[in-house]
Write a protein that binds this ligand. Sequence first.
Ligand SMILES: [Zn+2]
Length: 357
Amino acid sequence: MPIFSHSIQNPTPCPGSPDLETVVCDCCGGSRTLPLAVLPPVDELALPMHRLGAAALRFEPGAVRFCRCLDCGLVYMNPRLTESAVARFYDTVYAVKGAAQAFESDQRRRTNLYLDQIAALLAVEQPHVLDIGCGAGQFLRAAQERGWRVSGSELSGVAAEKASRLLGVPVFHGDFRQMGFAPGSLDVITLLSVLEHLRAPMDTLRDSAALLKPGGVLMFNVPNPDSWEYRFARLTGQMWRGFIIEHLYYFTPAFLRRCLAELGLDIRVMSSWNPDSRLPNPLRDLRAARAAPPSSPAPGSGGAPAIPAARPVSLPRRLLRQANHYLLDVVSALSEGRQNGGSTSGNALFVWAQKRG
Ligand SMILES: [Zn+2]
């Protein structure tokens, strides 16, 4: 069955919520789904940046939902944010000075692990790597230091310019499909924390696979809605913390195995292990909170939009909530397994797949 993105074909407007649209499954085009979760009201979102971005959008409380496709197993947001709503969300968030650093996950410590594993699979001395959604270019910089040939694409103009300066080579501002690469011409393609944000992830997976040489490596990471923490949350009647307003898609190990096989890719390594992971420690957190100055930007400073306050919670509830978070953190840390352990029970999946041939 040919793989293409069904969800961008005919989205249906969502009555009462102009920033939302209803879609079919991006992978199989089906619409039979199992409801999984409802996005909480804006003032109950945990991250200040999520409250800020969500407050700029027009949708009714309870309208944003997450579900699993009963036909193919893809997990996705539906109704979901429209294309213009996604753009407004990021424009609002990035307008806050200093927010970009706090908002973007820090990939630097993981970069060497990613590159070592890719190098171990390749028989090429100086591979050509394309990083799709390369951000400010830190990953490509590390590849460049190893003597690799680097190319990058990035949808944010500001980030693309930063990356170009860092790398000393032009980074493409726009869609990687307009870069002019011939099919079968690249050694490595990376999609780091990218697929879950896209409106049409299946198209991106298909077109990335097509650009790889036989033996080339596709490396990516995605959120995993089949983790121990996900199951624990379901059992205890809570929403999985992984369901957030930024992420339109979620991928289970079983789904990825089927999908990558259809694209002609063999999974070499799929792992939840994360070099930054550690067990939670309330005492350490308390000490860090006392020592560090407040890191979040001052609300409304410098003409930036004010971050909506979180709904006030009584002290006993706050303590209960904190204890619950520590419990979930323990489940999450244990589920990630060990290096080279091959656990796929963590909240994130890191995948290295190789093109057949
Ligand atoms: Zn489906």
